[in-house]
Design a protein around this ligand. Structure first.
Ligand SMILES: Cc1ncc(COP(=O)(O)O)c(C=O)c1O
Length: 342
C-alpha cells in the first residue's frame, strides 16, 4: 500500500530536509493568529502580497509569480514551456548532482533529461553545460548554491549559459541564496529567457506553508502564470508572507547561526577524518563511507540526516542541515559517538 505524504522520521532533530531549525519569525505567528474567518471561508486574493513581494525583490509586480512552494514553480515552468508549448522532442539540461524535481518535472512533461556530471570536486561544469545545448533544449535547470553540495555557480557562468541558450528557458534556482553567494536578480533585465526561483521555505522558515516565488520578465513568466492554478496559495500563507518580509532582523540573525554551524561542522569533520565540502547553503555534504549504518545510528540518537548515497554522483555521502548552533552541537555530539563505535 502506498500512502501519500513524505515520510516523517519521528521525534528528534530534523536535519534531513534543510528546513529552518529555528522556526519562523514571531511576526509570522502573530499574523497567522490574526487570520479572520472570512480569510478562511473565501478564496484567497493575491495582488497585495504579490506587490509586497515585488517590492522586496525590487521588480515590477508582473515579474512575480507566487507558487505553492518553489517545487510547484519548477513543475509549472516545465508545463508552460514544454508540455503546453507541445515540444515533443524537448530536452532539459540538468547539471548533477540535482534536486529531484528537475528530472521529475522533465519526465512529467514527457521531455528527455540530459544530465551533465560535475567537474572535479563538484565544481560547476559550465563548459559541458554549454556544449550540451542543442536546438531541442527547452529548459536548463541551474541551482546555486547547489543542493546537496553547497557549491555556487559564478554569476559570469550563469550569464554565459543564459546567453548561449536564447531559445531555451534557464531556471536559476536560488532556494538557498540567503545563506551565501550573490543573487542573479540584478542581471534579470538583460535576460528575457531566465526564470529565477526563490522560496520562503528555507531562510524564512515557512516550509509548512508552501510559498515559492518565480521571477522573470513577462515574456517568459506569463506562460507559467497561465498554467498555474488560480488559488494555489492558501489564505494562511498569504497572511504570513508580508509578516515574514517585514521582519528585517530575522534573516541575518538566522544566517549568522547557519554560518557558525557550518564552521562547527567543518571542524568536526576534520577532527573525525571525514571528507566534507564547504557550503554556501544551510547544509553540509559529508562523505562517511557506508552510509546506512551511520544514518541509522544517528537516527537511533534522534538525529535525522539525509542519506545521499543512492545517487551515484554522491557515493558514501550524507547531507546535514546546518541551522541553530545548539542543534548543530547536538548533531556533532552524535556524529562523534557514532564515529567512535565504527
Ligand atoms: C534546490 C531546491 N530548490 C527548490 C526547493 C523547493 O522548496 P519549496 O518547494 O519548499 O519552496 C528545494 C527544497 O528543498 C531545494 O532544495
Amino acid at each position: 500500500m502506498v500512502i501519500q505524504g513524505y515520510p516523517d522520521p519521528g521525534a528528534g532533530l530534523r536535519l534531513h530536509l534543510n528546513e529552518n531549525t529555528g522556526g519562523c519569525s514571531a511576526r509570522v505567528l502573530e499574523a497567522i493568529r490574526c487570520v479572520k474567518p472570512s480569510d478562511v471561508s473565501t478564496y484567497p486574493s493575491y495582488p497585495d502580497v504579490v506587490r509586497a513581494t515585488a517590492r522586496h525583490f525590487d521588480v515590477d509586480p508582473d515579474w512575480v509569480l507566487l507558487t505553492n512552494g518553489l517545487d510547484e514553480g519548477i513543475l509549472m515552468a516545465a508545463v508552460a514551456h514544454i508540455a503546453r508549448a507541445r515540444r515533443h522532442d524537448a530536452e532539459t539540461i540538468i547539471p548533477l548532482p540535482a534536486f529531484d524535481p528537475y528530472p521529475n518535472s522533465t519526465a512529467a512533461v514527457g521531455a528527455t533529461a540530459v544530465r551533465v556530471p560535475p567537474d572535479a570536486d563538484y565544481a560547476f561544469p559550465t563548459r559541458a553545460v554549454i556544449d550540451a545545448i542543442t536546438p531541442r533544449t527547452r529548459m536548463i535547470f541551474l541551482n546555486t548554491p547547489n543542493n546537496p553540495t553547497g557549491q555556487l555557480i559564478a554569476p559570469l557562468d550563469l550569464e554565459a549559459i543564459a546567453a548561449a541558450a536564447p531559445d531555451a528557458v534557464v531556471l536559476i534556482d536560488e532556494a538557498y541564496i540567503e545563506f551565501g553567494g550573490t543573487t542573479f536578480l540584478p542581471h534579470m533585465a538583460k535576460f528575457p529567457n531566465v526564470l529565477l526561483g526563490r522560496t520562503f521555505s528555507k531562510a524564512y522558515g515557512l516550509a509548512g506553508l508552501r510559498v515559492g516565488v518565480v521571477i522573470g520578465q513577462p515574456k517568459v513568466l506569463d506562460p507559467v502564470r497561465a498554467v498555474t492554478l488560480p488559488f494555489n496559495i492558501n489564505g494562511v500563507a498569504l497572511a504570513a508572507v508580508p509578516a515574514a518580509l517585514s521582519d528585517s532582523e530575522f534573516l541575518p540573525r538566522y544566517a549568522a547561526q547557519v554560518q557558525e554551524s557550518r564552521e562547527l561542522l567543518y571542524a568536526a569533520c576534520r577532527r573525525l577524518g571525514l571528507q566534507y565540502w564547504e557550503s554556501a547553503a544551510n547544509y553540509v555534504m559529508v562523505r562517511v563511507g557506508d552510509t546506512a549504518p551511520f544514518v541509522e545510528a544517528l537516527a537511533a540518537r534522534k538525529i535525522h540526516v539525509r542519506d545521499r548515497s543512492k545517487d551515484p554522483v554522491t557515493p558514501g555521502c550524507i547531507r546535514i542541515t546546518a541551522g541553530m548552533v545548539e542543534h548543530t552541537r547536538a548533531a556533532i555530539d552524535a556524529l562523534e559517538l557514532v564515529r567512535q563505535t565504527q
